[in-house]
Write a protein of this length. Structure first.
Length: 97
Protein backbone atom coordinates (compact mmCIF):
# COMPACT_ATOMS: atom_id res chain seq x y z
CA UNK A 1 0.00 0.00 0.00
CA UNK A 2 1.33 3.41 -0.89
CA UNK A 3 1.06 6.22 1.59
CA UNK A 4 0.64 9.75 0.42
CA UNK A 5 2.10 12.55 2.48
CA UNK A 6 -0.90 14.75 1.97
CA UNK A 7 -3.21 16.38 4.44
CA UNK A 8 -6.73 16.98 3.26
CA UNK A 9 -9.67 18.44 5.12
CA UNK A 10 -13.35 17.73 4.98
CA UNK A 11 -15.78 20.55 4.35
CA UNK A 12 -18.78 21.35 6.55
CA UNK A 13 -20.76 18.54 4.85
CA UNK A 14 -17.99 16.00 5.49
CA UNK A 15 -16.87 15.84 1.87
CA UNK A 16 -13.22 15.44 0.95
CA UNK A 17 -11.33 15.91 -2.30
CA UNK A 18 -9.02 13.12 -3.40
CA UNK A 19 -5.87 14.83 -4.73
CA UNK A 20 -5.52 14.93 -8.52
CA UNK A 21 -2.29 12.90 -8.63
CA UNK A 22 -3.92 10.13 -6.56
CA UNK A 23 -7.00 10.11 -8.82
CA UNK A 24 -4.76 9.94 -11.88
CA UNK A 25 -2.67 7.07 -10.50
CA UNK A 26 -5.79 5.06 -9.61
CA UNK A 27 -7.66 5.99 -12.83
CA UNK A 28 -10.52 7.56 -10.87
CA UNK A 29 -13.02 9.68 -12.74
CA UNK A 30 -16.19 11.48 -11.78
CA UNK A 31 -18.72 8.86 -10.79
CA UNK A 32 -16.19 6.28 -9.56
CA UNK A 33 -17.74 4.08 -6.88
CA UNK A 34 -16.20 3.19 -3.54
CA UNK A 35 -16.69 0.82 -0.67
CA UNK A 36 -16.29 2.70 2.62
CA UNK A 37 -14.89 0.79 5.58
CA UNK A 38 -14.70 2.25 9.08
CA UNK A 39 -11.51 1.22 10.85
CA UNK A 40 -12.32 1.59 14.54
CA UNK A 41 -10.26 4.24 16.33
CA UNK A 42 -8.29 4.87 13.12
CA UNK A 43 -10.41 6.36 10.38
CA UNK A 44 -11.85 5.19 7.07
CA UNK A 45 -10.69 3.15 4.10
CA UNK A 46 -12.07 3.78 0.61
CA UNK A 47 -11.78 0.98 -1.93
CA UNK A 48 -12.89 1.47 -5.51
CA UNK A 49 -15.66 -0.65 -6.95
CA UNK A 50 -14.80 -1.86 -10.45
CA UNK A 51 -17.63 -0.94 -12.84
CA UNK A 52 -18.20 -4.52 -13.91
CA UNK A 53 -18.70 -5.51 -10.27
CA UNK A 54 -21.34 -2.89 -9.50
CA UNK A 55 -24.16 -5.17 -10.65
CA UNK A 56 -22.72 -7.96 -8.49
CA UNK A 57 -23.17 -5.65 -5.51
CA UNK A 58 -26.75 -4.66 -6.25
CA UNK A 59 -27.66 -5.53 -2.65
CA UNK A 60 -25.35 -2.74 -1.43
CA UNK A 61 -26.99 -0.18 -3.69
CA UNK A 62 -30.41 -1.40 -2.54
CA UNK A 63 -29.36 -1.04 1.10
CA UNK A 64 -28.26 2.54 0.43
CA UNK A 65 -31.59 3.24 -1.27
CA UNK A 66 -33.53 1.78 1.68
CA UNK A 67 -31.57 3.95 4.13
CA UNK A 68 -31.39 7.05 1.91
CA UNK A 69 -33.62 9.14 4.16
CA UNK A 70 -31.64 8.20 7.26
CA UNK A 71 -28.32 9.18 5.68
CA UNK A 72 -29.76 12.26 3.96
CA UNK A 73 -29.19 11.04 0.39
CA UNK A 74 -31.66 11.72 -2.42
CA UNK A 75 -32.74 8.54 -4.18
CA UNK A 76 -32.58 10.20 -7.62
CA UNK A 77 -28.91 11.00 -6.95
CA UNK A 78 -28.23 7.34 -6.18
CA UNK A 79 -29.80 6.32 -9.51
CA UNK A 80 -27.86 8.98 -11.38
CA UNK A 81 -24.58 7.93 -9.74
CA UNK A 82 -25.16 4.26 -10.59
CA UNK A 83 -25.98 5.15 -14.22
CA UNK A 84 -22.90 7.37 -14.54
CA UNK A 85 -20.68 4.74 -13.00
CA UNK A 86 -21.94 1.98 -15.29
CA UNK A 87 -21.08 4.16 -18.29
CA UNK A 88 -17.48 4.62 -17.15
CA UNK A 89 -16.61 1.04 -16.14
CA UNK A 90 -13.54 2.26 -14.30
CA UNK A 91 -11.78 1.54 -11.04
CA UNK A 92 -8.31 0.06 -10.72
CA UNK A 93 -7.60 -0.04 -7.00
CA UNK A 94 -4.38 -1.91 -6.32
CA UNK A 95 -4.50 -4.79 -3.86
CA UNK A 96 -3.54 -3.92 -0.33
CA UNK A 97 -0.43 -5.72 0.78
Amino acid sequence: MKRYAKIIQSDKRGQIVIPKDVRRELNLDEGSGFYLYVIENEGILLKTIPGKDLSDNKHLVEEIEINADKINVKKQNIDKSVDNYKKKLRGNFENLS
